[in-house]
Design a protein around this ligand. Structure first.
Ligand SMILES: Cc1cc2nc3c(=O)[nH]c(=O)nc-3n(C[C@H](O)[C@H](O)[C@H](O)COP(=O)(O)OP(=O)(O)OC[C@H]3O[C@@H](n4cnc5c(N)ncnc54)[C@H](O)[C@@H]3O)c2cc1C
Length: 435
């Protein structure tokens, strides 16, 4: 049971799991339906679980009840003709990427941990690296099979690029964090494999120059697959954690930009264009990785920053602002850090306006300090037109701050939606957006 009681949330803010919990691993949708029907009749809470890689305690069973894992439901089938994949909720991100590649297609999105399951990725509307060009999970999801709290099975949407038939219940499920239904199968859009790709590492001595270049790249007419912002000590820590070496020697902060195209010439010319925008904005000379192996290694080092920092982290934030305000967000975080006489390491998906400031554990500074600092960061984000979470979700640890973002009318509408889908409140109680 132990491994099913928590997720990857930083220890100090991770919710306390309940003590009387059973784990159920159905192998088919009808079994999921039977379990939910029974739980609904008896009023037993059910906590949907994917890969347990969530960062907001979403899957943690905080009341006595059932942990429902779809890990045995892991069939995946690529429909090459329609550029779609139909996959069960227990398929891992790693298996999904591989299945697309085996069919000469591509699933661009890469939310960090490849152990995440498709059900969890959809339920959290995951983002991550490689979301600048084709968007986040929501943009890929075209159809969902879902089991309601009552045990009824619904097939929403389909292998369709257009569908205007009534309210979009498919998209309502995306990002619902296990509170509206148990996702059992998903239809996703795929893309043709890129003939050519390159990853640029662009070093900067001044981190503000780095972050301020991001909107300029986008305004320059180039939409790369990814624009990531990382700081030297963090990325080197991650490389060290993996037994790797970070390839750039110069620079205190870096942009990592992934460029794609139909042929090498096109990619080179895009890389040149991006490099020259960056040089004009204070960067040192860019490094370019062309082989798949080198590009995969850079992605892996980037994806593991959180894992390397987790033991020292009190909370990882997920603040998001309009892309052009990303520089102002970094300024605001710096200003807060200075006032609190601390250092707040920052990295994130800069092309999406999404940063992950880490509040680090500090001797003599407890949970009240973490709460205060967090609220300051949230207020600064909201002043810039942003939100408190861009991709990790609300889960069970951000509910206490939800009123900063959502007004009473919005909460009322959400309460009504929840009631319509889950009248007895058995699905993931205490999770997004209600305490
Ligand atoms: C190292 C690392 C890097 C990460 N990087 C990113 C990143 O770049 N971008 C990003 O967005 N996230 C990132 N994450 C967070 C995490 O990987 C995502 O939130 C992921 O989508 C969670 O998927 P999961 O299968 O692990 O879900 P879980 O953690 O198991 O569950 C997450 C939520 O989804 C619900 N749920 C799970 N399965 C179902 C289902 N079948 N039906 C209904 N509800 C369900 C759960 O109840 C819970 O509320 C990272 C995590 C780690 C550890």
């Amino acid at each position: 049971m132990e491994n099913y009681l928590t997720d990857e949330t930083a220890g100090p803010v991770s919710p306390q799991p309940a003590t009387d919990v059973v784990l159920v691993k159905p192998a088919a949708v009808q079994e999921v339906a039977n379990i939910l029907k029974l739980a609904n009749e008896k009023g037993v809470p059910v906590f949907p679980r994917g890969g347990g890689t969530g960062l907001v305690g979403g899957t943690t069973p905080t009341a006595n009840g059932i942990v429902l894992s779809t890990e045995r439901m892991d069939e995946v089938e690529v429909d090459k003709k329609n550029l779609m994949v139909v996959a069960e909720a227990g398929v891992t991100l790693e298996k999904l990427i591989q299945a697309a590649e085996n069919a000469d297609l591509f699933f661009p999105l890469h939310p960090g941990d490849e152990g995440a399951h498709l059900g969890g990725l959809v339920a959290t509307n995951a983002g991550g690296v490689r979301a600048v060009k084709y968007g986040i999970m929501r943009n890929y999801v075209k159809g969902i099979e879902v089991v309601l709290a009552t045990g009824e099975i619904l097939n929403l949407g389909g292998k369709l690029l257009k569908n205007n038939t009534g309210y979009n219940l498919t998209q309502l499920m995306v990002g619902s964090e296990g509170t509206l239904g148990m996702i059992t199968k998903v239809m996703l859009r795929l893309y043709p494999k890129f003939e050519a790709t390159a990853t640029l590492i662009i070093p900067y001595e001044d981190r503000h120059n780095a972050i301020n270049t991001v909107p300029k790249i986008l305004q320059g007419g180039v939409i790369p697959l990814a624009i990531e912002y990382v700081e030297k000590d963090l990325i080197e820590r991650s490389a060290h954690h993996l037994g790797e070496r970070w390839p750039a020697e110069e620079g205190k902060a870096f942009l990592i930009v992934i460029v794609t195209g139909t042929e090498d010439e096109e990619v080179y010319s895009l890389c040149e264009k991006i490099s020259s925008i960056c040089t004009e904005n204070g960067s040192d000379e860019s490094l370019i990785a062309e082989s798949k192996k080198d590009q995969d290694r850079i992605l892996k080092i980037r994806s593991n920053i959180y894992t390397a920092l987790k033991p020292f982290t009190a909370d990882i934030l997920d603040v998001t602002v309009p892309p052009a305000s990303i520089g102002k967000l970094l300024d605001a975080i710096d200003e807060i850090a200075e006032r609190y006489k601390t250092h707040i390491p920052v990295y994130g998906h800069a092309g999406d306006g999404n940063l992950h400031p880490h509040i680090m554990k500090e001797e003599g500074r407890g949970s009240e300090y973490v709460k205060k600092l967090k609220i300051e960061a949230y207020k600064a984000t909201i002043e810039l037109g942003g939100v408190i979470t861009g991709e990790h979700g609300v889960g069970k640890i951000r509910t206490e701050n939800i009123d900063i973002c959502l007004n009473e009318k919005e909460m009322e509408l959400m309460r009504e939606i929840k009631k319509a889908f889950d009248p007895n409140n058995i699905l993931n109680p205490g999770c997004c957006p209600f305490k």
